[in-house]
Design a protein around this ligand. Structure first.
Ligand code: NAI
Ligand code: 15L
Length: 268
């Protein structure tokens, strides 16, 4: 049966806010969790992933989890360790103890951020490309994917790890023309990840069907994902404002973009 009640962690964040709007249309009842309270959502669980008991209680009785909570930019290792590494472990342990069968894990392009961006006739980056994190942040996503594989192999807990490109209402950079995932496609992909059968641990890239795509969406499509959007209508304006990506500019050379040179830093 399709999962109905889904715990959405990180529900107060950018992506969480977009998904709170879009996922109910697919018939899900969302239970929300975040460190921060959410205006107009008095039933949301306000909890830190560090709080094992609160996490276990939040997980109890749900059919599946979409795990977005955590530090979403670069930060000192100690902070990443607590929020993303230990926090994700607490969530998986709670899911195992409570018998939740599936997690959709928000991984990131930054788990493979040091992969050169394809140019010319280069083939699209395959999903089994070696992981090459570009930051401690990317390293924590790489850990999350390994944790997911381990919980599948050891405990039969399924995960779809979605290496999200850039999910925002509109692409705002030339790099994002290749990585953009429209919010509507994001909801389509999360729905496919929740409903596809026998996923074990599956890694997919998360983006729209962009004309300037850098990576291979085959494993995402195999879940039933059928992206409907393309960043191309934004291309002319963004390229006129920012110019094309340059050879010899290190922050243009890799999938991770500026995360390899001067990553944006988590503000808290
Ligand atoms: P965001 O920073 O807007 O939201 C993250 C949320 O997690 C925040 O509301 C924050 O309060 C919460 N949080 C942080 N630490 C927590 C903790 N210890 N316990 C409970 N909640 C905690 O990030 P955004 O953009 O919404 O991303 C969501 C997820 O998707 C993140 O895991 C991010 O790494 C991942 N992702 C997002 C991409 C994007 O394009 N938006 C691209 C790639 C990955
Ligand atoms: C990410 O992993 C970040 O969470 C998001 O804020 C964007 O920076 C995105 O990657 C990106 O690479 O554009």
């Amino acid at each position: 049966p399709a999962p109905r009640t889904v715990l959405l962690t990180g529900a107060a964040g950018g992506l969480g806010t977009l998904m709170r709007d879009l996922l109910p249309e697919y018939g899900y009842r969302l239970r929300l969790l975040d460190l921060r309270p959410i205006e107009g959502e008095p039933d949301a669980v306000v909890a830190d992933l560090a709080d094992k008991d609160a996490v276990r209680e939040a997980v109890r009785g749900v059919d599946a989890i979409i795990h977005l909570a955590g530090i979403s930019l670069e930060a000192p290792f100690e902070k990443i360790l607590k929020a993303n590494i230990e926090g994700t472990y607490h969530l998986y342990e709670a899911a195992r103890e409570e018998g939740v069968g599936r997690i959709v894990f928000a991984s990131s392009n930054h788990a493979v951020g040091y992969t050169p961006r394809p140019q010319g006739d280069d083939r699209l980056i395959p999903v089994d490309t070696p992981r090459r994190p570009d930051t401690f942040y990317g390293l924590s996503k790489s850990f999350g994917e390994d944790l997911a594989q381990f919980y599948w192999d050891k405990h039969g807990l399924e995960t779809v790890s979605v290496r999200i490109g850039s999910c925002f209402p509109e692409p705002t950079s030339v790099r994002m023309l290749s990585l953009w995932m429209s919010p509507a496609d994001g909801a389509r992909l999360f729905h496919a990840a929740l409903t596809s059968e026998n996923v074990g641990h599956t890694v997919v890239y998360g983006s729209s069907a962009n004309t300037r795509l850098w990576w291979d969406l085959t494993s995402a499509r195999a879940l039933g994902y059928d992206p409907q959007d393309d960043s191309e209508p934004y291309a002319e304006k963004l390229i006129a404002e920012q110019g094309e990506l340059q050879d010899g500019n290190e922050s243009h050379a890799y999938l991770g973009g500026a995360f390899v040179t001067d990553p944006p830093v988590w503000p808290y």
